[in-house]
Design a protein around this ligand. Sequence first.
Ligand SMILES: *[C@@H]1O[C@H](CO)[C@@H](O)[C@H](O)[C@H]1NC(C)=O
Ligand SMILES: *[C@@H]1O[C@H](CO)[C@@H](O)[C@H](O)[C@H]1NC(C)=O
Ligand SMILES: *[C@@H]1O[C@H](CO)[C@@H](O)[C@H](O)[C@H]1NC(C)=O
Ligand SMILES: *[C@@H]1O[C@H](CO)[C@@H](O)[C@H](O)[C@H]1NC(C)=O
Length: 343
Amino acid sequence: MATASASSFISLLLISSLLLASFTEAQKPPVAKGLSWTFYDQSCPKLESIVRKQIQNALKKDIGLAAGLIRIHFHDCFVQGCDGSVLLEGSTSEQNARPNLSLRKEALKFVDDLRARVHKECGRVVSCADILALAARDSVALSGGPNYDLPLGRRDSKTFATVVNLPSPFSNTTVILNDFREKTFNARETVALSGGHTVGLAHCPAFTNRLYPKQDPTLDKTFANNLKKTCPTSDSNNTTVFDIRSPNVFDNKYYVDLMNRQGLLTSDQDLYTDKRTRSIVTSFAVDQSLFFQEFANSMIKMSQLSVLTGKQGEIRAKCSVKNSNNLASVVEDVVEEAWSGII
Ligand SMILES: *[C@@H]1O[C@H](CO)[C@@H](O)[C@H](O)[C@H]1NC(C)=O
Ligand SMILES: *[C@@H]1O[C@H](CO)[C@@H](O)[C@H](O)[C@H]1NC(C)=O
Ligand SMILES: *[C@@H]1O[C@H](CO)[C@@H](O)[C@H](O)[C@H]1NC(C)=O
Ligand SMILES: *[C@@H]1O[C@H](CO)[C@@H](O)[C@H](O)[C@H]1NC(C)=O
């Protein structure tokens, strides 16, 4: 009797792990040409464990870093492609672009410190763009969100965009849907990506348009009064959390906020006001695992926007400077070439 139930338990386990395997296999989203799920398996097998460990340590000290890294990755991908261009010094228009929510100096420095550790272990084989994508992925997972695989093999750009068109916090749903459609995202994917606002902070000027001179009628009154205390003037330098229910946890509470008219930005709250996206918001508010699944798939898709691969771009020796502006890396390149000529 006991043996029978034990063996049926084991076969149940086997069946469910088989199901799980085929499920995750079937769910794997398309991979851009030149990227792969196993890109660094030979050249830098410890890459993912190094990144995971460093993010873990860093978030213990400053949980706010998670939102910063997610935001920087998003800006990187949305502006020119996921090519590390946002990390370049002098790409001030990218770094200073509105909403400048958490493009914080520390987060940018953190990415380069991470790069230094990775390069120390493996040599200069991993791009800053890949490190940033992994850092954002781990920030999501380690603050409570979904854990997903990322295809790797991105290369770093030698240029950055001078014109920056990020979605504006003041936009309504029509404009937001258009901005994201231009990047091939449908309405569900757009609403899922907006769920990144379940962590992090916004500065007053990103939402005081809803307080002054006239209060936005889609704003809950008590919530609005508290925001006015934090932002007594429209240009106050104060910040406040995006998600009042669980500001530092990656969960689906942001959508619950929207349903309670406690969304911070016009572009967030309007997703619930607008009939086209309202039911999507509700579906995520009532089902966290649905949100996690769609968020993960949308992030994997976003992380492959206009990537550089193969011989395009370069592997930066320092994330904030392209190699031709970095004397040490030029010398390194010459030496590498000399050696490869000899060998
Ligand atoms: C944006 O952030 C950067 C880096 O923290 C800062 O130097 C810059 O002044 C900020 N820009 C605006 C417009 O807030
Ligand atoms: C959305 O914003 C655009 C640009 O400001 C405006 O032209 C349009 O009328 C707005 N749509 C709605 C439904 O409010
Ligand atoms: C910042 O917020 C606090 C309340 O949280 C408020 O007392 C203070 O006046 C605000 N400061 C500025 C410069 O807006
Ligand atoms: C916000 O900070 C900037 C620079 O730190 C300062 O010049 C400005 O006066 C501040 N604004 C307010 C409203 O306190």
